[in-house]
Write a new protein. Structure first.
Lengths: 355, 355
């Protein structure tokens, strides 16, 4: 790849907004960092890659992705290590997944020089925005969409890649109440469920609102063919501790290949805990509960890291999990994951990317 | 509904761009009419509905639908009747379908006073943009999306409804070559296939590009569970003439309830032709072809109206349809549909909406 076809120019803001950030009360998504990255892909190549002051975009109402949803994103976090230096957690995994999403959605490949170097330069320039207090982070949002000014249905030719960032406060693990959905389907074989396509999330808004009205926090999605096998919880991967084994659905084109999912599996195996990636039916979960073998259940994702499940409601019956205070898997893996992220434990898997 | 909560204000352009339109060589989507409609929904109600000069929107890069694809659209056409007056074809059907899409995507209900009156006022103001030469039309694109400036996943609260329009040239029915896809899936029970959600179209870009590389024009999508029953062709509903019966897939949550589909079924039944809306397997189509009973096949949609199918390739075997010159169903129904649209035949079903 000829990397000389683009260079990332930098235009700095004249007035930082950092003093608007209340470090003691960070509200996610309330305020964005001073700068953003944008790069256009046109005539088959990347051009005009630029870091510039965060601000609005001027877009035609005929912009292709407004109508046809050809858009993808990623979510990544930067932390401050023990020395107070910003580190990014496993961004190469997100870069690879971003390009898998891009291919399936008909969007162009984003080279490492744009995605990784762009992110590094952006976080470095806005390093004051990486919060320093306990359990906080800088959320990094790369995204890309088709921006042809054309509303006919045809292969698109103009694309915009961007990165924006915003501070994120500490996440409190309040165990969630789950509704097992057998009406709506999130992903199906031959579809785009394994990608971080915008459309996957928009399609889940209505079902999510419906279950919240019923008093639940999240949906446990089932497979679309047999409505029998568990897939994901809300926008997270899901894990069940059955006896002394941790089980999570195996990857495929209906499951997002979560970076936190992979990190949790790795840490569990490091501890000698057995992890199975396989099909897991709701019937098996119910049977394990009845046998007293369903010990813990949790979701994993960049936003919440690890989210404990308090109960599951399936076909009108509520399964209560054992009290979280007695759990052993979730607390130990979350503690270790945080220790690595914040540089308080050896980064033996080389997960931290230094700015 | 309290319609006094919104009124549609009008701010006219100071300089029309109509002289940029080449009436003899209209390229779809090349140039948009002078005005557009926009209305925001916030704090639970519609407000600030306005017709204003067509132009760019200023949007935050954190705008919700950029990331989560909560967006829908419609496609409608206006024609000039025998007296040269603009008429809109069956817009109430699109209004109803728009609201079905809106509900499933977690977007607000758009009242008739906004959708229909807004469209009428907009087309009336830009009536010079409704082309007058043979088989031309004004394409009308209503669309709506979630525009909260927030990238967390939570129910959205701010929405933008818009209508833009553009002239469309005559459509030439060049019979299309179809690839029967058994790898990618467009729609699935429990999903959003029946809606005009943006995400449905973005997900089809890559498969569409793949089949075009193989030399085909469009994909015939199969059902996602058994890969056995035909669903839609590209972005159109599909019909097969088997012997003396016209068969089209029955509606459900995986099939778009096409307005042209319904119009074609109605006109066929008016002529005494038997139409069946039912499950139709690819095996039945292959068997009918082998028995010499597969007479015609076509797609229907607002953009192309009726699109004849030249051949179907399934599992490496190409089924050639009889020569289009010998077809009777497609030409007669297309002729009648156009006669009604252009006011040359009695509008016995009250399909034309007069401005």
């Amino acid at each position: 790849m000829d990397v000389s076809t683009f260079e990332i120019s930098v235009r700095k803001t004249e007035l930082s907004r950092i003093n608007q950030l209340d470090q003691d009360n960070i509200q996610f998504g309330k305020i964005y960092s001073d700068h953003m990255l944008q790069a256009y892909h046109e005539n088959g190549e990347w051009q005009n890659a630029e870091i510039l002051p965060y601000g609005n975009l001027s877009m035609s109402p005929a912009t292709s992705f407004f109508h046809y949803g050809q858009a993808i994103f990623e979510g990544i976090k930067a932390y401050r290590d023990a020395d107070g230096k910003p580190v990014i957690f496993r961004p190469y995994e997100n870069w690879k997944r971003f390009n898998r999403s891009a291919e399936r959605l008909g969007l162009p490949y984003v080279p490492e020089e744009l995605f990784m170097d762009g992110m590094r330069k952006l976080v470095d320039l806005d390093s004051a925005w990486v919060p320093s207090k306990g359990q906080t982070s800088l959320y990094i949002r790369p995204f890309m969409m088709a921006v042809d000014e054309f509303i006919g249905i045809k292969p698109t030719t103009k694309f915009l890649f961007m990165i924006i960032t915003c501070p994120a406060g500490p996440y409190y693990d309040k165990p969630v109440s789950i509704y097992v959905d057998d009406k709506y389907v999130r992903a199906f074989p031959g579809g785009i469920g394994y990608t971080k396509a915008a459309g996957n999330y928009g399609a889940s808004m209505y079902p999510m609102t419906e279950v919240r009205k019923m008093g639940y926090d999240q949906i446990l999605w089932m497979d679309g063919v047999e409505h029998k096998y568990v897939q994901e919880i809300g926008t997270m991967n899901v894990f069940f501790v059955l006896g002394d084994t941790v089980v999570t659905p195996e990857l495929g084109d209906t499951i997002l290949e979560g970076v936190t999912r992979d990190s949790v599996i790795t840490l569990l195996r490091d501890k000698g805990i057995k992890v199975e990636e396989r099909q897991l039916s709701i019937d098996e979960i119910v049977a394990a509960h009845e046998a007293g073998e369903l010990k813990e259940a949790f979701g994993t994702g960049t936003a919440a890291s690890i989210s404990s499940i308090a109960d599951l409601t399936y076909k009108g019956k509520k399964i209560e999990l054992p009290s979280v205070e007695n759990w052993t898997v979730v607390p130990s893996v979350l503690q270790e994951l945080n220790a690595i992220r914040y540089g308080k434990q050896e980064d033996r898997h080389n997960w931290l990317y230094r700015i």
